[in-house]
Design a protein around this ligand. Structure first.
Ligand code: FAD
Length: 550
């Protein structure tokens, strides 16, 4: 059933077995497991089906380091949460991501990857990404770079793309039909009250409406930033002073370029489809033992079309992509800023840069028209969308898209600010920081990739060797929308916020779902693991609720 807080009288008191706070991917995944149960489950969600300015304003906060996006961008206060805008890239964590690595402080999960395997397989289906098979050789044909053979630089794994599934649109009918699950929209959890047992979830509805939910168990699925607000304001979860610390986003960077030799060497860099029609993308990774030997983090590099910012690529489509994104999508202004700075070295001023792009667009309008048609068909008129633009380069030159793990750094923090929102709840203050291990991973990966390409005679990676570590430092930015580690899992209460089941240490009935609980980020984008972990949590809670899944 779906209802609206507007329908409640103020000071209403609701009772249930399980209260889930937040209807994003994590919260909806937990709720879906109880659709046909005899339990009463209440899911309170701050937003409604459409993004409403009043609710989205609750996401505003302070940002200390300007390379981090503003707090209200890259997350959505609405039913479905960030699945309304996510990119769909799915990758599982790897074995090494769960291990304690001596050179990565605070690394090691309380369980190994095999514990997640069955849940990963079920998460695939919820995310509509086909079979659980990420091996390039079994799902695709051809090679990332023809002839590249190396024992350390690997090309064996792929990323799979969800349509991308919007959890609200995809699952709202099932939720609406359920007699066990009640979704209350426009209902914001302000704080939890109780002691070792949470007794009440205090909520604000539309206008002045206030109501309470009393539940046997509470799951907070409010996203990796908001969790600090709800727990911090309720004075839960900070026994170890780790709440909000080790905030990780994944590292993103564009540095160096690949030059194939010869220029027409075979390369598979775009979006390919499996037999089931799932879009996939290939990537370079480094063997786990080599990461250990170099003392670096896990990372992946994808080949990308020539740098769109610099009009010297002379490509009408790439210039059109740049102009469209730069003008229409505010998030890209931040992302492009670092690369534009580099490109501007070759141009006297902004006008020259923009004129270069306009000239490219005008020079090849037939190609642009054919691309536009193809794009509309495969991106906008179909459920399973092509994830992005991938334009081959006749000169055999590709830019490199780096996505890396970020080391858990206690100084990288999310805190409560002095200023409060309209409900009197403190806003967030985000102090994201990168550390040396983050950018040394980038420079080491580039060196390894260059060595592997040169020894196989496939080409090279061009970068300024003398300035590489410096350039790597300057180019790392946090990946928008990935909010990890702020309520980390730990075996012992002194090192984290929640235990291996996601239960807040020292509290009997309070759980956290989502990437806030990940002790380390791994390289993989978080969604697949968020959903797998939410399925695992639902199974654990079923035992405590004495519920059997049918
Ligand atoms: C632009 C973008 C692209 C992305 N691309 C990818 C990708 O390709 N692959 C990938 O793996 N990940 C990607 N991500 C990240 C991924 O989307 C998120 O990690 C994931 O959606 C988080 O899910 P969640 O349920 O934990 O949190 P959210 O989606 O943030 O859901 C939390 C929900 O809780 C609600 N809420 C918050 N506070 C309260 C409160 N106090 N009371 C009641 N309700 C509350 C919110 O309104 C929201 O609906 C992307 C993110 C963005 C923004």
């Amino acid at each position: 059933m779906i209802t609206d807080s507007r329908q409640f009288p103020t000071n209403a008191e609701l009772q249930c077995d399980l209260c889930i706070v937040g209807a994003g991917a994590a919260g909806i995944t937990v709720a879906l497991q109880y659709l046909h149960s005899k339990l009463r489950v209440i899911m309170v969600e701050s937003g409604s089906a459409r993004l409403e300015a009043e609710q989205q304003a609750l996401n505003r906060g302070e940002v200390v380091n300007r390379v981090h996006p503003p707090a209200h961008l890259y997350r959505q206060r609405r039913l479905g949460g960030s699945t309304a805008i996510w990119g769909g890239r799915c990758v599982p964590l790897q074995d090494q991501d769960f291990r304690k690595r001596p050179y990565v402080p605070l690394s090691g999960w309380p369980f190994d990857r095999s514990a997640l395997q069955p849940f990963y397989e079920r998460a695939q289906s919820l995310l509509e990404v086909g079979e659980f098979n990420y091996l390039a050789s079994t799902v695709l044909s051809g090679e990332l770079v023809e002839g590249l053979r190396d024992s350390d630089v690997l090309t064996e794994t792929v990323e799979r793309f969800s349509p991308p599934t919007n959890f609200w649109r995809r699952y709202r009918t099932e939720l609406a039909r359920s007699e066990s699950v009640i979704v209350i929209k426009r209902a914001t959890c302000l704080r939890l009250s109780g002691d070792r047992v949470v007794r009440e979830v205090e909520c604000a509805g539309s206008g002045d409406v206030r109501f309470k939910v009393r539940a046997r168990f509470v799951v907070l699925a409010v996203g990796g930033l908001e969790i600090v607000r709800v727990l911090g304001h309720s004075r839960y979860g900070n026994h170890s002073r780790m709440l909000g610390r080790t905030y990780m986003c994944h590292i993103e960077a564009e540095l160096g370029q690949l030059r194939l030799s010869p220029a027409d060497r075979g390369v598979q860099f775009g979006f390919e489809r499996t037999n089931e029609g799932i879009y996939c993308r290939r990537r370079f990774t480094l063997r786990a033992e080599k990461q250990d030997a170099l003392g670096i983090l896990n990372a992946a590099i994808r080949l990308s079309h020539a740098n769109v910012v610099d009009p010297s690529h002379r490509h009408a489509v790439l210039s059109a992509v740049y102009l469209t994104k730069r003008v229409l999508i505010p998030q890209y202004a931040r992302k492009f800023a670092v690369v534009e700075h580099e490109a501007m070295r070759c141009f006297r001023n902004d006008v020259q840069l923009w004129l270069g792009h306009v000239r490219n667009v005008m020079s090849d309008t037939p190609r642009l028209a054919s691309f536009a048609l193809h794009w509309i068909l495969r991106r906008h008129l179909t459920y399973r969308r092509i994830p992005s633009v991938a334009v081959p380069n006749a000169a055999g030159v590709y830019s490199l898209d780096f996505n890396g793990e970020q080391a858990p750094n206690p100084e990288s923090r999310v805190l409560l600010a002095h200023e409060t929102d309209r409900h009197g709840v403190p806003k967030l203050r985000i102090d994201w920081r990168a550390s040396e291990l983050d950018w040394l991973t980038l420079s080491s990966m580039l060196r390894e990739l260059r060595r592997a390409l040169e020894t196989s005679g496939c080409g090279t990676i061009e970068y300024d060797a003398e300035r590489l570590d410096h350039d790597a430092h300057a180019s790392v930015v946090p990946m928008g929308g990935h909010h990890i580690g702020t309520a980390r899992m730990s075996e012992t209460p002194s090192l984290g916020v929640v235990n291996a089941n996601g239960r807040v240490h020292h509290v009997e009935n309070l759980y956290v779902a989502g990437s806030a609980t990940f002790p380390t980020s791994g390289q993989a984008n978080p969604m697949l693991t968020i959903v797998a972990m939410a399925l695992r949590l639902a199974e654990h809670l079923a035992i405590r609720l004495d519920h059997r899944f049918v």
